[in-house]
Design a binder for this molecule. Structure first.
Ligand code: B3K
Ligand code: ZN
Length: 877
């Protein structure tokens, strides 16, 4: 096994020995097996000038191999479990291989596999090698022609990338389809689908006047749930033309939805494959969040057509080149179509709780990692979300116009090629004639940078100054000493009435100050009185800010800051201070009363007519236990959970009247629409309901039951069901039972039912989870079901996952070991749930480590799980 756990290093990159001029693939799809014939035209790469070639190939049964139409003797190639080595090759040649593969036995869902009554592929990152022998690396780009042959009745739909060029019947009940993708692409963007699927169709006319046929394919039972996804696709195409001037480049765009998928979706050229969770939605079965996620993911995959497909990555270390940039683009899409402020708040909330945790964990890595064992483990929050923050910083530094100039130069230089994060940075720098050399550190240094500030007001000189100090993250692990970063600090100053003050001679009221040194001072002159600063507005850099700030200043910023993100952030900081105060008191067995000013400011926000409901909803959502944990050390997580619960109850008791009145005011019985106004009202109303239920009063349980019964939309229904279940209100089991009876044939709806139960904060929940695993609606082979039940229990049920008898930890370890034999990618994701062990106190760490070590010593671990667990073990003290 050791050879497959080999570490791959970025510094070892070498250009390919041969380039591929074209590929012709023929698939004969049958129920038991599929025959794949590949004809590949190779040409030597003059830069390498080597006459040997390695073709990746895994789990392939070689039937025949020919070189320039001649059968190849066994002494001309070496075959092992990783692939095929060819030597003494001419400078140009055609290789023809025929291999047999067994898609219906493929439970790893990588390569060609079966889902229900159809076959489909997933190739990124390295799945194409499970389909045929090929240089399966992102820097080998080629034109693909694909012919698919299959039984016409069983597999009426035959799809691949590009445009369909011919199709027809064969005389034995079979038929064929031939596809040509005119755009050279790497193998990871290859896709094929064969099966019995239905579709909806629409079209989009590009600004070049090309009519693009748009289709969404799904199993026929779901065909009535695709309309929203289609509209999202049209919106994405329109938006990319308007905001980025990027136009679609094929005559067809096909999307296929499957219930069996390892991740969210995949941007294969012209043939996106989607987890059905991000396609299917009807008002009676999808929440507001589901609709918003669908629009975002459809957008994300569509935007990859330029940022990922037309310009791709030179090697997998550059993954953030396409992912960070495309996340930035999808975030901007949602911000432009929905609420910009809410989108920013939600993205930063996620970054701070989940990506900051990853940055602090044994899996900490830079946005452009230097090594990996299994690339699939590096589709991380750091590569995606922090990568997007890095792209956003260019935008902050250069402005929209400068950023778009950089994008244009990037496409001008690199369209049709495979490049690196450095190429992107240079395009941004050159297009704007600025020096972004230091900015490279955002790609190379791991961890969350720390910024400390000290403020000083000199009344005599009427000068206000801020000393900024940068410091390395605790777990920085680069080979060279940590260096200060190029950090954009968006800021404003306010006088004590909340008026913004000029920051310089030009009279600017807002500045992007560029912090580049270890320590640097910003001075503003002509300031009459002690001002209040709003720093890192809009979260202008993904850093951890250390600032001593009291509740008065926070309350001031909540009221006066013109930056909605920082207004929200002030609410979160105040809430964190209170919860942490209570937590310390619980640890020290002391009393702690909720300060009056806190309740007052909470009331003020809750009732503020001047703020949009969506922002009120965000402001009254307390920080997650995960993000609070990151502010502390050696955490007793159950006590921290109790401290947060205490604050929820305090709010519920002290502001019961206000919460109820806001609930009633936002009850909307008009026809269901997913627009920002309605979404905002529902979210505020439902957050009020969740506080009210915490007071354990019968009348509020009644309110939730009424909402469950009368709700005209799924968001309200699910919120009520989830609150009633989590509070274990009388009769909740009956509601769950009725829900199951109604929806047992709809996996997406049933997965929500599984998650609600997995997150009940009660001591019998693990037993319940184990019982649910026995139901036919659950299968270890289905990633969505695993995430909804096991993932939800271990990742979101704090009290039960961290139960003192270690049953939660044992359960997770057992599931990882079992799942690793079925689907290593999903098993490795679950293994990541152990990664935060080091944040807890010694006793918890010890119990978690026992299970981590147990997994580590299990025979036959996949490279995926091995890499995650080995890193965890490596950092146990
Ligand atoms: N590029 C794919 C992710 C592939 C994950 C491979 N383990 C989806 C996306 O980011 O758009
Ligand atoms: Zn992506």
């Amino acid at each position: 096994m050791s050879s497959s756990k080999e570490v791959i290093y970025r510094k070892d990159y070498q250009e390919p020995n041969y380039v591929v001029k074209s590929v012709d693939l023929a698939f004969v799809v049958e129920a038991e097996s599929t025959l794949v014939t590949a004809r590949i035209q190779f040409e030597v790469n003059p830069k390498q000038d080597k006459n040997e070639l390695f073709l990746n190939g895994v789990d392939l049964e070689l039937v025949s191999i020919e070189l320039n139409q001649q059968q190849l003797n066994a002494n001309k190639y070496d075959l092992n479990e990783r692939g095929l080595s060819l030597h003494d090759l001419p400078d140009a040649f055609e290789l023809k291989t025929v291999v047999k593969i067994y898609p219906s036995q493929n439970t790893a869902l990588e390569g060609l596999y079966q889902s229900g009554n159809f076959f489909l592929t997933q190739c990124e990152a390295e799945g194409f090698r499970k389909i045929t022998f090929y240089p399966d690396r992102p820097d080998v780009l080629a034109k693909f022609t694909v012919t698919i042959v299959a039984d016409k009745e069983k597999y009426p739909v035959l799809l691949s990338n590009g445009n369909k060029i011919s199709s027809g019947d064969l005389n034995d009940g079979r038929h064929y389809c031939k596809w040509l993708d005119p755009h050279p692409k790497p193998s990871y963007l290859f896709a094929l689908v064969a099966g019995d699927l239905d579709y909806i169709e629409d079209h989009f006319i590009t600004k070049n006047n090309n009519k693009v046929q748009l289709r969404i394919y799904t199993e026929s039972k779901n065909i009535d749930a695709c309309d929203f996804a289609m509209q999202s696709l049209i919106n994405s195409m329109q938006w990319d033309e308007e905001r980025f001037n990027l136009v679609y480049d094929l005559d067809e765009y096909n999307i296929v939805a499957t219930d069996d998928f390892n991740m969210g979706a995949m941007e294969n050229k012209g043939l996106n494959i989607f987890n059905s969770k991000y396609v299917l939605a009807k008002p009676e079965t999808a929440t507001d969040q589901d609709f918003i996620n669908i629009e975002a993911v459809i957008g994300h995959e569509y935007f990859h057509n330029w940022t990922g497909n037309r310009v791709t990555c030179k090697d997998w270390f550059q993954l953030s080149l396409k992912e960070g940039l495309t996340v930035f683009r999808d975030q901007e899409f949602t911000a432009d179509l929905q609420s910009r402020s809410v989108k920013r708040i939600e993205d930063v909330r996620y970054l701070r709780s989940a990506q900051f945790a990853e940055d602090a964990s044994p899996m900490s890595h830079s946005v452009r990692p230097d090594s990996f064992i299994e690339i699939n483990n590096f589709y991380t929050l750091t590569v995606y979300e922090k990568g997007s923050e890095v792209v956003r910083m260019y935008h902050t530094l250069l402005g929209e116009e400068g950023f778009q100039k950089g994008m244009q130069l990037y496409f001008k230089r690199h369209d049709g090629s495979a490049v690196s994060c450095n190429d992107f940075r240079l395009a941004m720098a050159d297009a704007n004639s600025v020096d972004l050399t230091q900015f490279e550190l955002w790609y190379s240094q791991n961890g969350t940078p720390q910024v400390y500030i000290r403020e000083n007001y000199d009344a005599g000189k009427k000068a206000y100054s801020i000393d900024f100090m940068q410091a390395a993250p605790d777990n920085y692990k680069g080979d060279v000493a940590w260096q200060p970063m190029h950090v954009p600090v968006k800021l404003a100053l306010y006088d004590n009435e909340g008026n913004p003050l000029p920051l310089n001679d030009a009279g600017d009221l807002q500045l992007t100050y560029e912090l580049k040194e270890i320590s640097q001072t910003l001075t503003v002159n002509g300031v009459e009185h002690q001002p209040i600063a709003s720093l890192f507005q809009g979260f202008s850099a993904p850093i951890k800010l250390h600032r001593q700030i009291g509740h008065k200043e926070l309350a001031f910023l909540m009221k006066h800051d013109t930056d909605s993100f920082n207004r929200w952030d002030a609410t979160q900081e105040m809430q964190s201070q209170i919860i942490i105060g209570k937590y310390q008191a619980l640890l020290d067995n002391k009393n702690y009363n909720c300060p009056k000013y806190f309740i007052e400011s909470f009331r003020h926000i809750l009732l503020d007519d001047g703020i949009d409901s969506a922002l009120i909803a965000e402001a009254i959502t307390l920080p997650s236990v995960k993000s609070l944990t990151l502010k502390l050390a050696k955490v007793d997580v159950l006590k921290l959970f109790d401290a947060k619960e205490w604050l929820i109850k305090e709010i519920a008791y002290q502001l019961e009247v206000e919460l109820l009145s806001v609930y009633n005011q936002n009850y909307d019985s008009s026809d269901y629409r997913v627009n920002s106004e309605q979404v905002a009202k529902r979210s505020l109303k439902n957050r009020c309901l969740s506080f009210l239920l915490q007071s354990n009063k019968k009348e509020f349980a009644g309110l939730a039951k009424d909402q469950f019964i009368h709700a005209g939309n799924y968001t309200d229904k699910m919120t009520a069901l989830s609150l009633l279940t989590h509070q274990q209100v009388d009769g909740f089991e009956d509601l769950l039972g009725a829900y199951f009876t109604e929806w047992q044939d709809n996996p997406l709806v049933i997965n929500k039912w599984l998650s609600i139960q997995a997150t009940i904060p009660a001591s019998d929940t693990l037993i319940r989870v184990k019982q649910l695993m026995e139901l036919p609606v659950f299968s270890m082979k289905n990633p969505n079901a695993v995430r909804s039940l096991i993932g939800a229990f271990c990742g979101a049920n704090i009290t039960q996952f961290h139960a003192e008898d270690s049953s939660g930890y044992q359960f997770l370890a057992d599931q990882i070991i079992e799942l690793d034999r079925i689907n290593p990618q999903i098993a490795a994701r679950l293994a990541g749930l152990f990664n935060d062990y080091h944040q807890y106190n010694d006793e918890i760490q010890h119990r978690m480590n026992e299970q981590i070590k147990r997994i580590h010593t299990t025979d036959g671990l996949s490279p995926n799980v091995f890499e995650i667990i080995d890193r965890a073990v490596g950092s146990i003290n």
